[in-house]
Design a protein around this ligand. Structure first.
Ligand code: NOJ
Length: 754
C-alpha cells in the first residue's frame, strides 16, 4: 500500500516522521527509506514500549539447544514471545537456531508489528557452530592468524545457515591467571597475540560487507578486563592500574573495533569498583568518545541487573538508569529495560534522548546487516541443508586440530609412533564423543565427532593393534579401572595416556584453585608409568596445567586442549607422523598452581632472581621461577637451531631497523617452525615487561635447510603506555630476541634515538 517512494514523498512534504509512522498500516510500516532518514523516521514514530523492546534481548526458549550455558532465568513461552514481537517490542532472540521458526518469527516482526522492524538473531558461536573447531585457546596455539580467520569464516557460514545474524564472539580477554576457567575462550596471556587473533576472528566472522548473508556480526567481549578477575575467580573484581588496563586489556578490543566489529558485550566484573555495565568512562568516554565506536553495547546476561548486587545501584530502576546512561544499549535477559524504561522516561529520570541514542545504535546495526532490505537474510531453508558440515569445513576442523597441538616434550624421539605398533590407548576421554568440543559449544553435531579411539583405529587400519582402557573417570576412580589399564599397557609396546580436564572443568564458572590433573587420573598415570612401558601423554585441557608426577615426567607430552569435531583424526595425524606438530603455547605452564597468575611478560621487580641465589629474591620457596614450559614453546619432529640475534642499530624514531637470525632444521624430517620476535625496554618511566612479543614468522624448513629470518622494528614496537596514558617509545637501550619461545634465543642490544 505505502511504497518507499510514498514514505519519502511524505517526509519531503514536511509530514513529521512520527505522523508518518502512525499513518502507516502495520504491514506497510516497515519504512523503505534508507540510511539515517529511515532510522530517524522510525525513532520519531516509536512508542516508549517499542523503544524499550528494541533494547531488550532474550534467550530463545523454543529453538534452544540442549547445552546449558547460562543460569536459569524465568523466560517466556512462544505465545508470549510472538505477541511481543507482534507488538514490535523485542529486538531479537539469542541462542536458538533453525530456519523455519526463525522465518515465522521474522514474518511476525515485519508484517504484524506496527514498526515493521526486523528481529536480529544472536548466538554464542564461539569456535564453530555444528562443526566444532579447537577451543579458541587451542587455536591460538597455532599462532596462525590465517587459520583463525578461516575457522571464524566457516563458523559464520554454518551459523548464518541456521538463522544467526550475530555471534557473541570473539572473546578477546587477555587472561593471565590459569585458575580462571574462561582462559579457554580467548587467545591466552599475550596482548599482542590477542590483538592479532581479535582482528583475524572479526574479519572471519564479518568479512568486508556485513550485508553478506553468509557472514555474522561479531561481538568482541567482555568489555573490559574480565581476564583480570582477582585470583582467577569467576565474576570477581578486577582491581588494576590504568596503565595495565590500557597496555594489556584494552588493545585486543581496540584491534577488534579497528577491524570493523560493530558490537561489544559489557563484562560482568567491576574495574576498581565500577561495574563495566554501568561504567560511563569505559562505555562512553573510552569506547565512543576516544575510539569512535559506532556499534552497539549489550549487557552480559543480566549484568545490568547485577550492578545492584555489586552495590553500585540501589535497586532495579537505579540499575537501569545507570547502565543505559553509561552506554549499555541492550539489556540481555533480565527484561529490566523493558520493564522500567517507559516509566523512567515518563518520570523524567531518563531523558528520552538517551533512549533514542541507544535505539538508534540498534537500528543502525540492523541496517548495517541489511535486515531492513532483506529481513530473511540468513534464513534460507536450502542453506540450512547445504552449508552445514560441508566437506571443506570438516577438513578445516581437522587441519585446525592438527595445527593447535603443541609438542611439549619428546625424549628420545618417542613420537611419532609406528602404525604397526601395538598400542594401549588409556584414559577417560579416549572414547568420549560428547566431551570433544570442550566447554563452549552450544550447537555441536555430536554424532559426527571423531573420538580419539576412532581416529587411532582409522589411522592404524589393520597394521598394528590397539588396546583401549578407560582406567578411571575424569575426577573419580572406577572399580577395577587401573587394573585393566595396566593389563592393557602390559600387553603393548607403548602407551598413549590421555589425561587432563573434562569439558566441564573449564569455561565459564569453572575457576579452579588447583590447575593440576585430578587425583584419580594421576593415580592411573602412576600405575601406567610403573609398568615401564614407553609413555606418551596427550593432555586435554581448557587452560595451562600444573603437571606433576608421572604425567610431568612422561618422555613425550602433547598439549591438545579440546580440538573439536575432528579430534581423533587430528591427533592421529600427529601421533603417527602423517603431520608434524607445529603449535606453540599461548599460555605459560607453571611449575605449580600456587604461582598463578604466571605469565612470561611480567615486570622485573627490584629483586629479580637472576642466578641460583635464593634469599631476598622475588621467588617462592618451593619452585624455580622458570616456567615448566614457556609461552611460545613447541617442539617439532625435527631439530631446530637458532643462530644469534643480530640487530644493526641505532633505530631512529621515525625509521625502521632490521633484526635477523638464522634458523636451521638440523633434523631429518621437514618441519614448521614459528620464529618469534621479542623486545625489552631497559629503562622506562613505567617499568616494562622482561620481554614482549612483537612478531611471528611461520617457516617451513626441509631437513638441513637454513634460512635467515628477519623482522622490521619500528617505534610502534617499542611504544608503551605512560602514566598519562599516552603511548609512545622513549629513546634508550633495548634488547631484542629472535627466539623459539619467550625463554629461548640470544639477545642483541640496540638503541633508539630521536
Ligand atoms: C554469559 C557469558 O559471559 C557470555 O560470554 C555469553 O555470551 C552470554 N552468557 C550469553 O550466553
Amino acid at each position: 500500500m505505502h511504497s518507499g517512494g510514498h514514505t519519502r514523498r511524505m517526509l519531503l512534504k514536511g509530514v513529521s516522521a512520527g505522523a508518518l509512522l502512525s499513518a502507516l498500516s502495520p504491514a506497510a510500516a516497515r519504512i523503505r527509506m534508507t540510511g539515517s532518514a529511515r532510522i530517524e523516521a522510525l525513532i520519531a514514530g516509536m512508542s516508549l514500549a517499542e523503544k524499550a523492546g528494541q533494547l531488550s534481548i532474550y534467550s530463545d526458549p523454543v529453538r534452544a539447544y540442549g547445552a546449558v550455558v547460562n543460569p536459569g532465568v524465568v523466560t517466556q513461552g512462544l505465545t508470549e514471545i510472538k505477541a511481543r514481537i507482534a507488538r514490535g517490542e523485542m529486538v531479537g532472540l539469542f541462542n536458538g537456531v533453525g530456519v523455519a521458526l526463525g522465518r515465522a518469527l521474522q514474518k511476525v516482526a515485519v508484517e504484524q508489528s506496527r514498526t515493521g522492524i526486523p528481529l536480529i538473531f544472536a548466538a554464542d558461536v564461539i569456535h564453530g557452530c555444528r562443526t566444532i573447531f579447537p577451543i579458541p585457546l587451542g587455536e591460538a596455539a597455532s599462532f596462525d592468524l590465517d587459520l583463525a580467520e578461516r575457522t571464524a569464516r566457516a563458523a559464520a557460514l554454518e551459523a548464518s545457515a541456521l538463522g544467526v545474524h550475530w555471534t557473541f564472539a570473539p572473546m578477546v580477554d587477555v587472561a593471565r591467571d590459569e585458575r580462571w576457567g574462561r582462559v579457554a575462550e580467548g587467545a591466552g596471556e599475550d596482548p599482542w597475540l590477542g590483538e592479532m587473533f581479535a582482528r583475524a576472528r572479526v574479519r572471519g566472522f564479518q568479512g568486508t560487507d556485513l550485508r553478506d548473508p553468509t557472514r555474522v556480526l561479531a561481538c568482541p567481549k567482555h568489555f573490559a578486563a574480565y581476564g583480570a578477575v582477582q585470583g582467577g575467580m569467576e565474576y570477581n573484581t578486577a582491581d588494576i592500574s590504568d596503565t595495565t588496563l590500557w597496555q594489556v586489556h584494552l588493545p585486543p578490543f581496540k584491534a577488534a573495533f579497528g577491524a570493523g566489529a560493530l558490537s561489544t558485550m559489557a563484562s560482568f566484573n567491576d574495574i576498581a569498583g565500577v561495574p563495566s555495565t554501568a561504567n560511563h568512562h569505559l562505555l562512553t568516554e573510552i569506547l565512543r568518545d576516544e575510539w569512535g565506536f559506532k556499534g552497539v553495547v549489550v549487557s552480559d546476561y543480566t549484568s545490568e541487573q547485577e550492578v545492584v548486587a555489586h552495590g553500585y545501584a540501589a535497586d532495579e530502576r537505579d540499575a537501569v538508569v545507570k547502565s543505559l546512561t553509561a552506554g549499555c544499549d541492550i539489556s540481555m535477559q533480565s527484561g529490566l529495560y523493558y520493564k522500567h524504561l517507559p516509566e523512567l522516561v515518563q518520570s523524567g529520570q531518563v531523558p528520552i534522548a538517551v533512549v533514542d541514542r541507544a535505539v538508534r545504535r540498534v537500528l543502525e546495526v540492523k541496517q548495517a546487516l541489511g535486515l531492513f532490505e532483506n529481513p530473511y537474510r540468513s534464513l534460507d531453508p536450502a542453506r540450512q541443508v547445504n552449508d552445514i558440515r560441508r566437506p571443506e569445513t570438516v577438513a578445516l576442523a581437522r587441519e585446525a586440530g592438527r595445527k593447535s597441538v603443541v609438542l611439549l616434550r619428546n625424549e628420545g624421539n618417542l613420537l611419532p609412533l609406528a602404525k604397526t605398533a601395538t598400542i594401549a590407548l588409556i584414559g577417560p576421554a579416549i572414547s568420549d564423543r560428547a566431551d570433544l568440543p570442550g566447554p563452549w559449544a552450544v550447537f555441536p553435531d555430536v554424532a559426527s565427532h571423531v573420538t580419539i579411539e576412532e581416529g587411532f583405529r582409522a589411522a592404524m587400519g589393520s597394521h598394528g593393534a590397539l588396546h583401549v582402557a578407560r582406567g578411571c573417570d575424569y575426577e573419580a576412580p572406577i572399580e577395577g579401572g587401573i587394573a585393566s589399564a595396566v593389563a592393557a599397557a602390559m600387553a603393548c609396546d607403548v602407551v598413549v595416556l590421555v589425561a587432563g580436564e573434562s569439558a566441564g572443568m573449564s569455561g565459564e564458572a569453572q575457576a579452579r584453585v588447583d590447575i593440576g590433573i585430578p587425583p584419580a587420573q594421576l593415580a592411573l598415570a602412576e600405575a601406567i608409568a610403573a609398568t615401564g612401558k614407553p609413555l606418551v601423554v596427550v593432555l586435554r585441557h581448557g587452560r595451562a596445567l600444573a603437571l606433576t608426577g608421572a604425567v610431568r615426567n612422561a618422555p613425550a607430552i602433547l598439549a591438545s586442549w579440546f580440538l573439536g569435531s575432528e579430534t581423533g583424526h587430528a591427533l592421529a595425524d600427529l601421533v603417527f607422523g602423517d603431520a608434524a606438530p607445529q603449535g606453540r603455547l599461548p599460555v605459560s605452564f607453571p611449575q605449580s598452581s600456587g604461582q598463578e597468575p604466571f605469565y612470561y611478560n611480567h615486570r622485573s621487580t627490584g629483586r629479580p632472581q637472576t642466578s641460583d641465589e635464593k634469599d631476598y629474591k622475588a621467588r617462592y620457596r618451593e619452585v624455580t621461577n622458570a616456567p615448566l614450559y614457556p609461552f611460545g614453546h613447541g617442539l617439532t619432529y625435527a631439530a631446530v637451531v637458532y643462530g644469534e640475534t643480530m640487530a644493526k642499530g641505532p633505530l631512529v624514531r621515525d625509521g625502521r631497523m632490521i633484526v635477523w637470525a638464522t634458523v636451521a632444521n638440523t633434523g631429518n624430517r621437514p618441519c614448521h617452525e614459528v620464529a618469534q620476535l621479542y623486545l625489552h625496554a631497559r629503562v622506562a618511566s613505567v617499568t616494562q615487561p622482561v620481554r614482549v612479543l612483537r612478531g611471528i614468522r611461520h617457516l617451513d624448513l626441509a631437513p638441513g635447510q637454513v634460512v635467515t629470518v628477519s623482522f622490521d622494528v619500528t617505534e610502534a614496537d617499542l611504544a608503551y603506555v605512560h602514566q598519562d596514558l599516552r603511548s609512545f617509545a622513549d629513546p634508550g637501550l633495548f634488547d631484542v630476541w629472535i627466539a623459539p619461545s619467550a625463554q629461548g634465543g640470544t639477545s642483541a642490544t640496540f638503541a633508539m634515538t630521536d
